[in-house]
Design a protein around this ligand. Structure first.
Ligand SMILES: *Cc1c(COP(=O)(O)O)cnc(C)c1O
Length: 433
């Protein structure tokens, strides 16, 4: 399968090249040149198939000849080696829990798939590939864990000092080995700026094979389709579900829409956003305008310019009417988020964290108007990652999974760095590789 640059459809590359380069020229995004069709018998047999079998059938058309069958099977087995349970909250509302992976957020799937793909592609290189990534929290942990121990690839993560949660910092700094954490004395934007400067620097380009691990990479984006197949695998209701997706950069939702375009039966999608709701307003008005991100409780969705939205428009050939028939949007305030967590806990004894709660609220609004509907919200992170809101504000105790207690026993290592590029460059040029 070839992938074309949405900004310049003449430019086509293989899966391998799209995964290795990440971004297309001119800051474009890669998009599959055709959408695979999954035949009905496959869809009907989902409940009988294993996650690995589903993963192979869904991903193989995209990776094609670039990854041999046996290697892909290994990558997929590793990618989906934890549970994705569908939990009933009440008769009409279900949680698809995507936080049972090693860093307790849904980004594990994309990071694990991508890391193994890059590991495979760098096998014939005699030079090591260096992944450079800036994080505000969840991405860095998933990428660090996903790439830990992958041969031929090292990861350098830049994170803002004092601005990630305790659990997130532990996840960033305890991997060791081929993972190096740089604690930058600045903001997330400073970290991102440093990464951009590094990619543009000729000396670093000569000394390193640099690549990025951000969410626009096809190797991170495409495997997210699997969540939706796993949801349907466990769905025993008569009619297809409505699915609410807590969204920031819209990679997850774009993957769901791609799965539906391939034939997965989904009644309707809901883009669940916090106050950063450019896409929701587009769905209401037909006018798309970018905004400056504002901070909210669901901070992994504080995105003013959602990078994957262009993929959604591409999926619908920029047909606003067609898009509106398949998805709607809802923006949820911090007040509504808190109210939802408290109420769902009290009434159903289900503990949601802020991102999932945005999804619940959006789904509830939709179900009020569609009284026969039943739906799923994607629970994108474990509550333990957001204790400030749940314990601090609502005084609900959050159970700590074993994997988190273990983190406290590991040695933390990070290198402190001022926010200027000169220091980063000097460190990168002088270290042994
Ligand atoms: C990244 C993230 C999101 C947003 O996902 P997108 O694919 O960027 O829309 C939602 N919830 C959590 C917990 C996240 O880490």
């Amino acid at each position: 399968m070839q992938f074309f640059n949405i900004n310049n459809p003449e430019q086509k590359v293989s899966f391998r090249e799209a995964a290795v380069t990440g971004q297309a020229p001119g800051r474009g995004l890669y998009f599959p040149e055709r959408i695979p069709v999954l035949e009905r018998p496959f869809i009907e047999r989902l409940p009988q198939l294993s996650r690995e079998e589903i993963g192979m059938r869904v991903m193989q058309p995209y990776t094609g000849d670039d990854i041999p069958q046996a290697v892909l099977a290994d990558i997929i087995r590793h990618t989906v080696s934890f549970d994705f349970p569908l939990i009933p909250v009440h008769r009409r509302l279900f949680a698809l829990e995507l936080f049972h992976g090693p860093t307790l957020a849904f980004k594990d799937v994309g990071a694990r798939f991508m890391s193994r793909c890059l590991g495979y592609f760098s096998k014939d290189n005699n030079r090591r590939t260096t992944v450079l990534v800036a994080t505000s929290g969840d991405t860095g942990g998933a990428v660090a864990n996903g790439f830990a121990g992958v041969e031929g690839v090292e990861v350098i993560i830049l994170y803002p000092a004092g601005k990630v949660s305790v659990v997130q910092e532990l996840q960033l700094t305890t991997c060791g080995g081929n993972i190096t954490a740089l604690k930058v004395n600045g903001s997330f934007d400073d970290c991102q700026q440093l990464v951009k400067q590094a990619f543009a620097d000729a000396d670093l380009q000569r000394n390193y094979v640099l690549t990025s691990a951000n969410s626009i990479n096809v190797a991170r984006w495409l495997p997210q389709q699997l969540y939706y197949f796993f949801a349907l695998q466990q769905w025993v209701q008569e009619r297809p579900p409505v699915i609410a997706v807590p969204s920031g950069n819209f990679g997850n939702l774009a993957a769901g829409l791609l799965a539906a375009a391939s034939g997965l039966p989904v009644q309707h999608f809901i883009a669940a956003c916090n106050a950063n709701d450019a896409v929701v307003r587009y769905l209401l008005t037909g006018v798309y305008s970018e905004q400056t991100a504002v901070p909210t409780y669901s901070n992994a969705m504080d995105v003013g310019v959602p990078s994957n939205f262009i993929r959604i428009q591409q999926l619908f050939n920029n047909d606003y009417g067609a898009l509106k028939r398949q998805m709607s949007g809802c923006s949820v305030s911090d007040g509504e988020t808190l109210e939802t967590i408290a109420r769902i806990w009290k009434k159903y004894h289900y503990l949601a964290e802020p991102h999932g709660a945005v999804g619940i609220h959006a789904l509830e609004q939709y179900l009020l108007e569609h009284v026969d509907g039943k739906g799923i919200f994607l629970a994108t992170a474990h509550p333990v990652k957001f204790p400030a809101v749940i314990e601090g504000q609502l005084h609900i105790p959050v159970p700590q999974p074993g994997s988190v207690s273990d983190l406290y026993t590991l040695t933390q290592r990070c290198i402190e760095m001022p926010a200027g590029f000169a220091a980063l460059k000097e460190w990168m040029m002088s270290r042994e590789k």
